[in-house]
Design a protein around this ligand. Sequence first.
Ligand code: HEM
Length: 452
Amino acid sequence: MTVVNGEVTREVPVIPGGQRVLGHALEFGRDPLALFQRAREHGDVVRIRFGPFCFYVLNSPSAIRQALVGEARKLGKGLNFGRAKRLIGNGLVMSEGENHHRQRRLMQPAFHRAEIARYVATMRDVAVPRISAWPDGGTLAFDREIRSITLTVLTRTLLSSDVGTDAIDEIERLLRTLLSELVARGIAANVPGLAWVPTRSNRRFSAANRRLGALLTRIIDGYRRAGADHDDLISILMRARDDDTGAGMTSKQLRDEATTLVIAGSETTGNTIAWACYLLAQHPQIQERLQEEADLVLEGADASYETLSRLPFTRAVITEALRLYSPVWILPRRALVDVELGGHLLRAGSRIFFSPYALNRDARLHHDPDRFEPDRWATDYSRSDMRATFFPFGQGIRNCIGEGFAWTESTLLLSAIAARWQLRLADGTAVHPVVSSTLVPSELPIIVTRRR
Ligand code: HEM
């Protein structure tokens, strides 16, 4: 029994089915999505066990909202280790407390609507020629292709062409290596002691990380010396000043934030678009409606920021892809002090998870939850329902700073694809979600046929 505000509450149950010694570790290794879906059957707040360690899992939307909004300041991310930490240092995703609050204020101006509207030109210039040049009748490894486009979009938004094509190309190559190495060795690469063992993967990761740091520092120092505005995202971050102290970001902080934005923003958006295309390829009638909307609104031209707001069905398709295949499939927290969540007292130091993937496929929250049905977003939900149960971009003080960027980019790319291509999944392909740092398709060979 636990006492919260003078009342006796139930002990948080450990879900059944764990092994005597390892607990739920093997099941987590085999199929974490199924484990989190199963955990939902056993209460609003439950525990899973990995050997001697217990982790809390929040299942009810209200307990999750408490963690993200009401009690957010009592919780940290608990991610201060591993390759991600070495790569993005003290960037927004990793920072905590007052440091996070300050950085968040400095970063916010780069994501105002007016700035996002300006980034549309870069998004269009990068993505549309790539999409238009796909080989008619060819088969593309679609998720890789789209992730590659979203990585280029972010790199070019961050750094203007003033930096020089060679430097930008090298940065992009390094980021590609780092992104794949980030998850390459899974847990082993993230155990602090093992990160320093000179394996080939660790050496490759360290070399790319050092080179990226050196290049970004050179660019940032060059910008400072020149004192000019380069009309890119890094320039906006460099201009930002703290309201209280008047201080800007150091070169190290700018470097961490630039890398953070690429790491947090490219795979998430790329996978969302790729999953949307997978779902469209499986549902030809919905694909046809999407194409009709693109034809009607874009009239053969490339999208502008203004036309993007007139594509409601495209947005519904993206929302439904986010519901079925939320790229951020799990979110971690660590209690900094004792905290009450869902009627249970969780002690300082407790490790906490929740899974947007499992939440979004719960039949108590969404009718026929495994079905792809974009129209549900036009009819079934009020805005407040949606905010109470659906958090693909998180909520509260740590919600996604790039949400506006992600909506704009995914609407632009998906409508550009719909206007040009008919998508069909290659015969004999069985796609399933695989957990990595984001939720990726096991494979996604899509045949593209040019629309007449
Ligand atoms: C569909 C695409 C995206 C999804 C689903 C997504 C989802 C999320 C979620 C769920 C969080 C909250 C994490 C938490 O509460 O711990 C988050 C945070 C964040 N996202 Fe995104 N994101 C996307 C795109 C982007 C883009 C395009 C950028 C940048 C250009 C970005 C940058 C960030 C950053 C910096 C944070 C950390 C915010 C903070 O801790 O204050 N994301 N994202």
